[in-house]
Design a protein around this ligand. Sequence first.
Ligand code: ATP
Ligand code: MG
Ligand code: MG
Ligand code: MG
Length: 468
Amino acid sequence: MKKLSVKEARLEGAIGAAAKIEGWVRTRRDSKAGFSFIEVNDGSCLGNLQVIAPVELADYESEIKHLTAGCSLTVTGEIVASAGGGQATELKADSVLVHGWAEPTTYPLQKKRHSLEKLREWAHLRPRTNAIGAVMRVRHRVSKSIHDFFHEDGFLYTHTPIITASDCEGAGEMFRVTTLDADKPPRDDKGAVDHTQDFFGRPAYLTVSGQLEGELYASALGKVYTFGPTFRAENSNTSRHLAEFWMVEPEVAFFELTDNIDLAERFLKRIVADVLRDCQEDLALFQQHIDKTVMERLEGLHNGSFTRLPYTEAVELLEGSGEPFEYPVQWGTDLQAEHERWLTEKHFAGPVVLTDYPASIKPFYMFVNEPDDQGRRTVRAMDVLVPGVGEIIGGSQREHRLDILEARMAEQGLNPADYWWYADLRRYGTVPHAGFGLGLERMVQYVTGMANIRDVIPFPRTPGSAEF
Ligand code: ATP
Ligand code: MG
Ligand code: MG
Ligand code: MG
């Protein structure tokens, strides 16, 4: 007898096999013809396995007849061709072992369908629903694609620190790390806790990006990527920001902005191709219940090419659009979600890569272009915007010229002493290099059509999120 997942047991090829399956009951229905139908799911796929349990089975009266949604069980029997439509196979049970009962008056996941928002209150049980189960399988597939893509392209997977002293983005969105050894915390002259001593005599924060450290490794090992948890004190309650998310950050030496954009485009297409090929059943669920445009969008991204547009031209388009935007567009300010939406959903109807943003709104590490004919300074930044989500990737060519880097740090009020190691790379064998960051959750939002980022991560960390 072989243990099969529900996914394996649902395949026509399994017919005739003696099998054991294990999972959780979704529904039970008793037939007058002398058996019960039990729908069992084990998370391996969206579909359930239909178990036929005849009344002759031991414990039929005492147990099987009382099974309800959420009970866990092991069933053995034979996989047979299904008599009814809707599935190829079913399991004719010869034994049913109940591991755990689920009190039907309190188990929240009964037949009634709950809103995604309501499900967030049961973060511990929601992976048992079709929608969240499907999202988590797709999230897994996307993660695997990310590793496959970089591995096959000759990148080295490296790990940058989670506890760090550098505020890479300079946006003041860092969480402080401190010790709970509160007995004798270092105190300043006024008696207040001295947080500059938090990490064994130094300040420490949770990383907002592994980029700066990634640059160090690219400057020795050529092509590297990090893929890890990232933290930002986003107190904004939007549908696309989390305080803890996962970011993929490739960084490549001897690379310029256009190489970087090519890489990002190839990368996104590869993920989408893998999901389209391997997640058909789950995608059909999203298409039907979550977002009717999912398939069209994914196929569009896969087959089309990305529009590339300098920020300055995007601003001109937006200014000339005649749209009644809530926030006016003005050269020198960052674009808002409504502007991104207009570009990707209305004007170009597809992915857009915006480049060459004003230097004044971007961090110190981006490569500075020659001033334009109006004397305005831009940097070699790139944001990849996609319909439905907006910014999915942010990246740039990095400033590899020491004098310009130091001038930019001074401009932004940074202390060069804090970045001596970063500047050293420009002192010793500096090279043009570039990289970007993709938010895993934004990518999963894009491929599933989920409107809220809280529904594509197992445990969303946001202001006011549930326990854990
Ligand atoms: P946004 O403009 O949406 O706030 P950002 O420009 O601050 O994003 P970057 O610093 O460019 O973000 O980070 C790279 C990528 O990481 C983003 O393009 C996005 O996909 C993802 N990302 C950034 N902040 C968050 C967050 N708070 N939650 C989830 N993903 C995020
Ligand atoms: Mg941000
Ligand atoms: Mg941004
Ligand atoms: Mg960005």
